[in-house]
Ligand binder design. Sequence first.
Ligand SMILES: Cc1cc2nc3c(=O)[nH]c(=O)nc-3n(C[C@H](O)[C@H](O)[C@H](O)COP(=O)(O)OP(=O)(O)OC[C@H]3O[C@@H](n4cnc5c(N)ncnc54)[C@H](O)[C@@H]3O)c2cc1C
Length: 390
Amino acid sequence: MKTFDLIVVGGGPAGSTAAYFAAKAGLTVLMLEKDRDIGMPVRCGEATSEAGLRQFFEPEPSWIASTIHKISMQSPGGTKITFESKHKGFVLHRRIFDYQLANYAAKAGAEILTKAYVYDVIMENDTVVGVKYEHLGKKFEVRSKVVIAADGVESRVGRMAGMRTALKLGDADSCFQYTVSNIDIDEEIIQFYLGKKIAPGGYLWVFPKGNGQANIGLGVNGFDSKNIKAIDLLNKFMQEQYPKASPLTSVCGLVPVSHTLKKIVSNGIMLTGDAARMVNPVTGGGIIAGMHGGKLAALTAVEAIAKNDVSAQNLKPYEDKWDKAAGTNHRRLYRIANALATLEDDDFNKIAVSLEKYPAEELSLLKIFTQFAMIRPKVLIDVTKAYIGF
Ligand SMILES: Cc1cc2nc3c(=O)[nH]c(=O)nc-3n(C[C@H](O)[C@H](O)[C@H](O)COP(=O)(O)OP(=O)(O)OC[C@H]3O[C@@H](n4cnc5c(N)ncnc54)[C@H](O)[C@@H]3O)c2cc1C
């Protein structure tokens, strides 16, 4: 039986980033991905920030579908505010992006196997010492010093290791998205439509992908939406706004909108990315957060393996580093998201109308959320801390 220093489960942005940084630091790494192709199927709006990506890799032109300079938000009453984004954004081609991240990991020395479904972990003395996986109808066992579970929102690997990973209904948004062609939109603006009428507990997004294409999707909160389906609300919007658009793909998926799990390490194992709920609970964005988590997990594995101690106690610095990097902020954003969910459509309209009077150059996310905090003053401190710097 082959053994590795590190096994990474899942070949999304979090897994590939972990595999890349661990292999680059000299660990022997195996990354197992259940799907046939890395990066497929794409279940993502694909929007991200240039500065976020640059922390890890130099963005390549082939990943980038469109470059975003402006943000627009529309209230249920139809008031639209548009302003320059402080940071340049991208809408990615994730099928190319994810593939390329895995390529970087492979070039750094990681072994990658697709169509490899991890169905259990190997435990010895209360410590994860490897995984069991199925590949092309055959079952295999492979051992490692550390396992990083980057197996996405539906993560099961943490649970297999006895960790508490359950996601509450109210902490998940259920989403449906079309990638459409034949629409006429401004290529440098990402658009959000807010309000209970549009998307209860969530929002609707229009992210341009260049060449008359866009990702148009809608998320509804699991708790708020009751019997309302994201697909029905999205179809209604499409008929009203883009009746001539042709859907090229459609996807549904869950977005965890909780804060990060309390415990993301156990003996011999770390969780990262969506599996650890490392998603911005206000936006649902998890690409950069997952890459951040993946890198921190990999570097922690490198240190723990060098000390020959992969106990939960020795992997705990990963939790602390994540908290400092983003975890604490995600807890603030979680409180903000919960307060946002209590807004009625009238509140959204009032906020939009109060902002309408400002010239575009005076608008920012901080300003928008400050107006929101006027309605829900208990989040003022969280808003100030979370959005200063945006
Ligand atoms: C509709 C929708 C729109 C979104 N839009 C955005 C957006 O615009 N911007 C943004 O930043 N984020 C967005 N997100 C969130 C973003 O897609 C995720 O946060 C991000 O993909 C998380 O990366 P990850 O590597 O943790 O998980 P994933 O990308 O989900 O990768 C996990 C991988 O693990 C594999 N896997 C799972 N189980 C196993 C197993 N047992 N064995 C082997 N392999 C396994 C899966 O096949 C998958 O490839 C969106 C999500 C959805 C659903």
